[in-house]
Ligand binder design. Structure first.
Ligand SMILES: *Cc1c(COP(=O)(O)O)cnc(C)c1O
Length: 454
């Protein structure tokens, strides 16, 4: 057949559309039409190059594949069996039940900025700020979209167009391209580096940046410099800032409001930082606080008020869903019901309980012929918190013949199960798994192991 004849055999878009009812219902008519056009154009090119004309079904399948590539499915829940508690790639902190209820309640019309008693306009921030102050002893507080936004807002307000003194040992990068020098640049503040990577003294902060508007110090939340190191204490830094008559800003990162023990012993807490003399303390609302992503700032009333008045505060303000979820999470902390906060429950889970769950999982697997055993491994707080802290605890080790293949099969179903994979084994850490999902993990692992061994 001549090329032009074969071209004529390609079906028209309207005819193809009439066979695409399901695709249209799922993605909309325009999207499907566009994808069919692309598929037909591609086919025309292939035919000109000598290929046979594809069938209608093949063209529709090609269009469906094009759409699927451009339009990923909605976010879906995942079973996190990795043992990384605040897992950045899996949505950081899983919200407490109360926070989930609160954000659903706020999803429709709600009294976000409306005073139900007077029928007049109410305050959006008034809901969170007293809670934030009560939980930390801060004089004033403000919540914005994330910790990066909080830092930009504070620097723009207190040091826009001026110098800010930072130790060379703290010019850090946090995941997701948060580079401190870039963040500072975006705020309009100029970075004045003092000290060296491993040693910075109080005197360096005293001398650096003659006309500086603030001193900034950061908790190096995802790394440690060890060995021949020096960094003044927060109290010493506060002394330097007072002598210079400029504020001390401290980004503690993780959202620990009050000091804690165990794996979190070395994590700086907001309450301690304020007591030790920081004028403004910043942290994240998820990570160790265990709520929705948010950036929190605490401290001197005049400085917080200035931040609240800055135009960027409007650009960074929280929406109703996160206000609702954060309020519910803070209330749990204030009522000492941290066991209702999944991040806290997981970080403080007892070894005995975890071991019992591991044994049940191992028994279930072994009964179905999967080589599994109890092992010891270290879970991680994760999410750029407590980098040198590990949470030793029992795990299930499965000696899968092809661990990456088994892991892929576990991810391919709903809900996907994400496990840790080592060179020779699959590791399931129950710490980050809801106990109700233990049986699902067993049955899926059995099926994946069988399919992989075939
Ligand atoms: C995680 C972290 C941030 C960034 O927090 P986001 O909420 O992701 O913006 C900033 N500073 C420190 C010290 C952190 O640990």
């Amino acid at each position: 057949m001549e090329g032009t004849d074969r071209l004529r055999r390609l079906p028209g878009i309207d005819r193809l559309l009439s066979d695409c009812t399901e695709l249209i219902a799922r993605y909309g008519r325009q999207t499907v039409t566009d994808a069919l056009r692309t598929a037909v154009d591609d086919a025309r090119e292939a035919v000109r190059a000598g290929a046979a004309a594809p069938t209608s079904d093949a063209l529709i399948a090609a269009a469906a594949a094009l759409i699927a590539r451009r339009r990923p499915p909605a976010l879906q829940p995942v079973v996190n069996a990795t043992g990384v508690v605040v897992h950045t790639n899996l949505g950081r902190a899983p919200l407490p039940e109360a926070a989930r209820d609160a954000l659903l309640a706020a999803a429709g019309y709600c009294d976000l900025e409306y005073d139900l008693a007077t029928g007049r306009r109410g305050s959006r921030g008034g809901r969170l700020e007293p809670l934030l102050c009560d939980a930390t002893g801060a004089a004033a507080a403000l919540a914005v979209n994330n910790a990066a936004a909080a830092l930009v807002l504070v620097l723009a307000t207190l040091a826009g167009g001026r110098d800010v003194v930072v130790s060379r040992g703290e010019l850090i990068e946090i995941g997701g391209s948060f580079r401190l020098p870039d963040i500072m640049g975006a705020s309009g503040a100029r970075l004045v580096e003092v000290g060296t990577t491993n040693r910075t003294r109080a005197d360096d902060y005293l001398a650096g940046g003659g006309d500086a508007a603030a001193i900034l110090t950061l908790h190096p939340s995802n790394y440690r410099i060890v060995g021949f190191v020096a960094q003044p204490t927060l109290t010493e830094l506060a002394g330097v800032a007072a002598k210079r008559g400029i504020p001390l800003i401290y980004d503690v990162g993780s959202g620990l409001l009050q000091p804690s023990t165990g794996a979190l012993t070395n994590e700086p807490a907001v309450a301690d930082a304020l007591r030790d003399g920081a004028d403004i303390v910043l942290c994240s609302g998820d990570k160790l606080l265990g709520g929705p992503q948010a950036g929190l700032l605490f401290g001197r009333a005049d400085l917080v008020a200035a931040c609240r008045r800055h135009p960027l505060a409007r650009a960074f303000r929280l929406d109703k869903l996160r206000i609702a979820a954060l309020q519910a999470t803070l209330e749990l902390h204030l009522r000492d019901e941290r066991r209702e906060v999944p991040v806290w429950r997981m970080l403080t889970a007892h070894t005995a309980g975890l071991e019992q769950r591991c044994r049940r999982i191992v028994d279930g697997l072994v009964a179905d012929g999967v080589p599994a055993e109890l092992a010891e491994a270290a879970a991680l707080p994760g999410g750029g918190a407590a980098p040198d802290a590990t949470l030793p605890g029992p795990v299930v080790r499965v000696d899968a013949g092809r661990p990456t293949d088994v892991a892929m099969r576990l991810r391919a179903q709903r809900p996907p199960i994400v496990v840790r994979v080592t060179a020779a084994a699959i590791v399931v850490d129950p710490r980050t798994v809801d106990e109700n999902d233990d049986d699902l993990i067993v049955s899926r692992l059995v099926a994946a192991h069988r399919a992989s061994a075939r």
